[in-house]
Design a protein around this ligand. Structure first.
Ligand SMILES: [Fe+2]
Length: 159
C-alpha cells in the first residue's frame, strides 16, 4: 500500500479501493458501449445521436479518470486492463446487432440506469466505512450519470 502518510486505516482504504475498482470496470465498459453506439447508430436522427453518444462517452471518460485516480490516491493500483474489465464489469454485454436510434437509446439508457443504481449503493457503502471522500466521488459521478440518463430518456417517447 502506497501513500503511507494518508491518515486512513488500511482496512478502510482497502474496502474503498474494492468499491472504486468495481465501478472503474463498469465505467470502462460503459465508455466502450457509448463508442459502439456512436459508431453504429443508423436512421433519421443519425447525426444528432452520433454526437450525443460521443458527448456521453467523453463525460464517462472523465468518470473513469476520477475513479482510477481516487484508487491511486488511496494507495492502490487501479486495474484498467481490458481483460479485467471484460471479466468483472457489472453491465450487460452490448448487443452487436443494435442499430436504430431507438434501440441504441434503450440499450444506453439501460446501461446508464444500472451504473447509476450501483453508484448510489456505493455512496452508502463508502459512507458506512467512514470514507467520505470516496462517497463524494461516487456522489459526483452519480449526479452526472442521472443527468446523462435524463438526456437519453428524453429522446424516448415510450414513457
Ligand atoms: Fe467519432
Amino acid at each position: 500500500m502506497y501513500t503511507r502518510r494518508l491518515d486512513l486505516p488500511d482496512h478502510v482504504r482497502k474496502h474503498a479501493i474494492r468499491l472504486l475498482q468495481s465501478r472503474l470496470a463498469d465505467s470502462l465498459d460503459l465508455e466502450a458501449q457509448l463508442k459502439q453506439a456512436h459508431w453504429t447508430v443508423r436512421g433519421l436522427n443519425f447525426y444528432q445521436l452520433h454526437k450525443l453518444f460521443d458527448a456521453l462517452h467523453d463525460q464517462v471518460e472523465e468518470h473513469v479518470d476520477t475513479l482510477a485516480e481516487r484508487i491511486t490516491a488511496l494507495g492502490g493500483i487501479p486495474d484498467g486492463r481490458v481483460q479485467t474489465t471484460a471479466r468483472t464489469t457489472s453491465l450487460y454485454e452490448y448487443a452487436l446487432e443494435t442499430r436504430t436510434g431507438e434501440q441504441h437509446l434503450k440499450a444506453v439508457a439501460a446501461a446508464l440506469a444500472e451504473f447509476a443504481k450501483l453508484l448510489r449503493e456505493d455512496i452508502d457503502k463508502a459512507a458506512e466505512i467512514g470514507e467520505a471522500d470516496t462517497a463524494d466521488v461516487f456522489t459526483e459521478i452519480s449526479r452526472a450519470v442521472d443527468k446523462q440518463l435524463w438526456f437519453v430518456e428524453a429522446h424516448l417517447a415510450d414513457d
